[in-house]
Write a protein that binds this ligand. Structure first.
Ligand code: IMP
Ligand code: MG
Length: 179
């Protein structure tokens, strides 16, 4: 285990098994469709890579990078898009794959934006759900793990751009982020 972690929350084995289970459910639900699967950079990327490899229908892969200032404090303004999609979402069934839903600011705004652009449907798939911290009226359609109010890193999730490459998810020691 990385020395900056307090404990491991989700091992590689648990992640692998649960991601497969959830991806297979999405695969069934979209069997007769050709969805555009949108990965949210950077946090969602490792989950995304594991998730899409379980899909069996024809899919197109695309990416967006967004930043949400204000989560945890007062969220104001619109979502900032740092990298937009290459593909047009008009008339498409979009599956958004994200690392974590916390206040819900990012995904509530992103979903509204994609629908505004004419997506036929928007489905939200998250690896983690910090449900007790929700401030916006948005839920994942598919979620792998509900977690408590702890700061976690690994498997794509970072603190200060560190720890994304860890193959498991762990709780960061408070002394590392001064919480
Ligand atoms: P929301 O907009 O408040 O739902 O926040 C979602 C974003 O907050 C995620 O995409 C993450 O980048 C970040 N985030 C929230 N909780 C954590 C955590 O425990 N570890 C790492 N990033 C987190
Ligand atoms: Mg993120």
């Amino acid at each position: 285990m990385h020395e900056d972690l307090e404990r491991i929350l989700l091992t590689e084995d648990r992640l692998r098994a649960r991601v497969k289970e959830v991806a297979e459910r999405v695969d069934e639900a979209y069997a007769d469709k050709t969805p555009l699967v949108v990965g949210i950079l950077k946090g969602g990327i490792i989950f995304y890579a594991d998730f899409v490899r379980h899909l069996t229908m024809p899919v197109e892969l695309d990416f967006m990078a967004v930043s949400s200032y204000g989560s945890g404090t007062v969220s104001s303004g619109k979502l900032k898009i740092r990298k937009d999609l290459d593909r047009d979402v008009k008339g498409r069934d979009v599956i958004v794959v994200e690392d974590i839903i916390d206040s819900g600011f990012t995904l509530a705004n992103l979903k509204a934006l994609l629908l505004e652009r004419g997506a036929a449907s928007v489905c939200i798939v998250t690896l983690l759900d910090k449900r007790e911290r929700r401030e916006y009226d948005i839920q994942s359609d598919y979620n792998c793990f509900v977690i408590g109010d702890e700061f976690v890193v690994g498997y794509g999730l970072d603190y200060n751009e560190q720890y994304r490459h860890l193959p498991y998810i762990g709780v960061l020691k408070r002394e590392v982020y001064g919480g």
